[in-house]
Ligand binder design. Structure first.
Ligand code: CA
Length: 220
């Protein structure tokens, strides 16, 4: 899951970005509103964490432009503006959630999971497909009654596939979901992750579609 973090405060940005990476998200961090706007035009990201007080373009303006352009990406506002009016303005400008600084990083992660599953049209916190289920809060996967611990990257891979069962992902798309801008990606990294997830959960968990990519079959 690829996240765009928009935050000009270095300390907060660093703390959030480390915590997100630890939680297996791929994070790209930009520090002003203008760069945020141009970055989002590429549609590489799946969720935005948006500060409001930003250089060059205010966060609310970034949000308004995004929605005016028809972009439906989930946005969680993270800001020190804690007035009721500010929160109303944020939500009415198209934010999906609003978190006031200072916030507990675990609360941010929980809100992120909630926004992501709502976006996937799902209310249940655990993803289930056939015999395999995946808990985004703990990164535990189960296959039948076997419980399997996945590494951060293995989780990121399986999560991307299980959020959209039946959809085929090309290698480049999977890399986009798993790695941020400044992370080196070995050419066989995705193959290796697929190999290790299959080894843990069974070869049938991830299906190869020759010449096209990989998918999780829609069994639910
Ligand atoms: Ca700020």
């Amino acid at each position: 899951m690829r996240i765009l973090l928009v935050e000009d405060d270095y300390m907060i940005g660093e703390a959030v970005s480390v915590a997100l990476k630890d939680a297996a998200y791929a994070v790209d961090w930009v520090k002003d509103g203008e760069t945020a706007g141009s970055t989002l035009e590429y549609g590489e990201h799946e969720v935005v964490l948006l500060d409001l007080g930003l250089p060059k373009r205010d966060g609310l303006e970034v949000l308004r432009r995004l929605r005016r352009a028809g972009n439906k990406i989930p946005v969680i506002v993270i800001t020190a503006r804690d007035g009721v009016e500010d929160r109303i303005a944020g939500l009415d400008s198209g934010a999906d959630d609003y978190l006031v600084k200072p916030f507990d990083i675990n609360e941010l992660l929980a809100r992120l999971r909630a926004v992501v599953r709502r976006q996937g049209g799902q209310a249940a916190p655990i993803l289930t497909n056939g015999r395999v289920s995946l808990d985004p809060a703990t990164h535990k996967a189960t296959c039948g009654d076997r419980i399997v611990i996945l590494s951060a990257r293995e989780f990121a891979l399986l999560h991307a596939l299980m959020l959209r069962p039946g959809r085929i992902f090309a290698r480049a798309e999977l890399e986009e979901h798993i790695y941020g801008w400044n992370e080196e990606v070995e050419s066989n990294a995705v193959d290796f992750l697929i190999y290790s997830v299959r080894k843990k959960l069974g070869a049938e968990t991830i299906k190869n579609v020759r010449g096209a990519g990989w998918m999780v079959e829609n069994l639910s």
